[in-house]
Design a protein around this ligand. Structure first.
Ligand code: CTP
Length: 388
């Protein structure tokens, strides 16, 4: 059984949300309805509370209590925009901002509104934050027009809710665990404007941080020059250089799980110039000095019952073998090897294909979205935690 906040917004499909409440209650869930003023033009809040078998509460903040899932069905173009932009101008949008679990939405609107560039961008924003969309469907719309905009049927929404709860949402298996994830690539200054850097976008680490948060962990993300947005609900600490990353990681070395996804520079300019170096005809020779290996330091000082994860980006030939050696040299539990000689995966790509090395053996994980790879890595982390 899950505690579900059900937002209902103002559209003719609001009446179908009554069936959704009935289905969810029948499946044993605890449903807390929140109707917007617009929704109440179509259906009354009393109907929803009666179907949810609960009294309308006097407590104005009940909607801010923890819920396993927030569902908004139907979702109008207006509330979609409000959610995308983080407005908090009524109970539903306040609840949405205070909610740190999964979000599932079932949009319903006129086809031209759904296809408008503003709505597309808002939907994309929510999707990028991990919201699950069910529909809208193609069919006859309230005004007699035909096109994409109908709310998905309640049965279909209920199925999507069960799938989401069965996945990572409800169980929150990492609840109470502190997870530290490093992501991105460090930049080592040559002077005040130039740096030695690498191509890591931070997508893999961000996907891991997001998945760990979804599983209920308290997540800190050490962010080294991310090219993508950090996920909501995690604590972000900016660590632009290897030295910053080392300092901030070691300060949190007692985390339950540490995932070092960041491409930490192995070398940095030994003497960065204090001002921008003017252009000159003579060559510029830079001496690079080694940085400290953060993961190796964490491994050397590891506390019992901690899970350490490293990433190895290497060529296919000898890379896997080197990843095996790195796992033992850095005392990590898991090493994730990915072949950076391929251009379709890894750096800058939305997908990855990896080999997972752990005490449970070696497993090839076929090409998949980085969010799926993140889920597989965290499944393995959970397996090791459960053995302790
Ligand atoms: N790492 C680290 N500190 C460094 C360098 C790397 O913590 N100064 C971590 C990375 O975050 C990653 C793993 O160690 O989890 C990668 O190991 P590394 O030996 O650097 O491997 P590659 O960079 O893949 O390969 P190479 O040895 O060729 O640099």
């Amino acid at each position: 059984m899950a505690r579900i906040l059900l937002g209902v917004t103002g559209g003719i499909a609001a009446y179908k949300a009554c069936t959704l409440v009935r289905l969810l209650v029948r499946a044993g869930h605890d449903v807390y309805p929140i109707l917007t003023a617009g929704a109440e033009r179509f259906v009354s809040a009393e109907t929803f509370f009666a179907l949810a078998r609960r009294a309308q509460s006097d407590d104005p903040y009940q909607h801010l209590e923890h819920a396993d899932l927030l569902v908004v069905a139907p979702l109008t173009a207006n509330t979609l925009a409000r959610l995308a932009h983080g407005l908090a101008d009524d109970l539903l949008t306040e609840a949405a901002l205070a909610h740190d679990g999964p979000l599932l939405v079932a949009p319903a609107m006129n086809v031209r509104m759904w296809e408008h560039a503003a709505t597309r961008a808002n939907a994309e924003t929510l999707r990028a934050r991990g919201a699950v969309f069910v529909g809208p469907e193609d069919g006859e719309l309230a005004e007699g027009e035909v096109g994409v905009g109908r709310m998905a049927e309640p049965e279909q929404i209920a199925l999507a809710i069960e799938a989401l709860l069965a996945g990572s949402g409800k169980e929150r298996p990492l609840r109470g665990r502190r997870v530290l994830v490093s992501a991105g690539g460090t930049r080592e200054p040559l002077d005040t404007v130039r740096f030695v850097g690498n191509r890591s976008s931070g997508r893999m680490g961000v996907a891991l941080a997001e998945e760990a948060r979804r599983r209920g962990a308290e997540v800190t993300l050490l962010a080294a020059n991310l090219a993508v947005q950090a996920p909501a609900g995690v604590t972000v600490v900016e660590t632009p250089t290897a030295a910053d990353l080392e300092r901030e990681a070691l300060a949190r070395a007692d985390a339950d799980v540490i995932v070092m996804t960041a491409a930490v520079a192995d070398y940095r300019p030994a003497r960065p110039e204090a001002e921008k170096r003017p252009k000159g005809a003579a060559p510029w020779t830079v001496r690079l000095e080694p940085t400290s290996d953060v993961l190796a330091a964490l491994g050397a000082g590891r506390r019992p019952n901690q899970v350490l994860v490293g990433f190895a980006a290497d060529g296919a030939e000898s890379g896997l073998d080197r990843a095996r050696q790195k796992r033992s040299a850095k005392s990590a539990d898991i090493f994730v090897f990915n072949d950076v000689s391929r251009s379709d995966i890894g750096f800058d790509s939305l997908e990855n294909e990896v080999v997972l090395l752990s005490n449970g053996g070696e497993r090839h994980v076929p090409k998949a979205a980085k969010s799926e790879i993140a889920a597989t890595v965290l499944d393995e982390v959970e397996r090791i935690l459960s053995e302790q």
